[in-house]
Design a protein around this ligand. Structure first.
Ligand SMILES: Nc1ncnc2c1ncn2[C@@H]1O[C@H](COP(=O)(O)O)[C@@H](OP(=O)(O)O)[C@H]1O
Ligand SMILES: CC(=O)SCCNC(=O)CCNC(=O)[C@H](O)C(C)(C)COP(=O)(O)O
Ligand SMILES: [Mg+2]
Length: 222
């Protein structure tokens, strides 16, 4: 099997399917698209830098995505619609692999990660109202200790991972932390089938186990 096929097979083992598609409407929902691509024979991931003018998470690095809207048919639709709006990614060129287990953030939003392959030749057209920069980096970066640190305060997603990535193309240094880093380390470990050099803080065979308890507690309060 080649690199891409291996990654797809391994990610699909953790597909959440439609298990969370019929949760109460009272629970606000969002999706993120985790776009993977092949470049120079290696798996890469695409990330965005949020506009400094946004109300939430201004200037932070995150995956394309956003809140669910009433016209969205499911979580994947939300992720693809948002990616098209934010970086001009045409939905019909995207190969969706699977949805992963949804995570609850501090604000109570249920965020579904949707993993997909995009074309290596994709040229982002960032919507300046929401996105100030788009960059890609080797997925392997999220398994290495060199530019990684862990905040002493854990988040609802487990340990708070933080990475400093220097983009060789622009020289810009990007901090990737919190929810975005948690998703990136999870997808990197699963797609590459490789344990990170640092302590992950959760079981790679069952990455969702920690999130499941948090979600069940929240659901029991609705
Ligand atoms: N053209 C625009 N200019 C400024 N803000 C915009 C915008 N389009 C969307 N937004 C805001 O950007 C945030 C992210 O949107 P989305 O969920 O579609 O990704 C939302 O704000 P809030 O985070 O304050 O709700 C949304 O209101
Ligand atoms: C909660 C944290 O971990 S903050 C630390 C670093 N920042 C991040 O990881 C960004 C997390 N936020 C997001 O991905 C988005 O805001 C999201 C929750 C998907 C909602 O999308 P939107 O703001 O509407 O487009
Ligand atoms: Mg958004």
């Amino acid at each position: 099997m080649d690199l891409k096929e291996k990654a797809i097979a391994s990610l699909k083992k953790h597909a959440s399917g439609d298990a969370f598609s019929r949760l109460p409407a009272a629970l606000p929902k969002a999706s993120v698209l985790i776009p993977l691509l092949l470049r120079h024979g290696k798996l890469h991931a695409l990330l965005t830098v949020r506009s400094v003018n946004l109300k939430h998470h201004a200037g932070e690095v995150c995956f394309p995505g956003g809140k669910s809207e009433s016209g969205d048919t499911d979580e994947t639709h939300t992720a693809l619609r948002e990616a098209e709006e934010e970086i001009g990614l045409p939905s019909h060129t995207v190969q969706v692999i699977c949805k992963l287990f949804p995570v609850l953030n501090k604000a109570g939003l249920l965020i579904t990660p949707v993993v997909a392959f995009i074309e290596s030749s994709f040229k982002p057209r960032p919507n300046a109202d929401e996105v100030s920069e788009v960059f890609t980096l080797p997925l392997e970066f999220f398994t290495k200790e060199a530019d990684h640190s862990c905040y002493p305060v854990p988040s609802v997603f487990g340990p708070t991972h933080s990475f400093m990535y220097t983009d060789p193309r622009t020289g810009h240094i990007h901090q990737i932390w919190g929810l975005t880093a948690a998703l990136a380390v999870t997808v990197a470990a699963l797609a590459l089938g490789k344990k990170p050099e640092f302590e992950l803080g959760f079981d790679l065979d069952d990455p969702a186990s920690a999130f499941r308890d948090v979600l069940n507690r929240r659901l029991s309060k609705l």
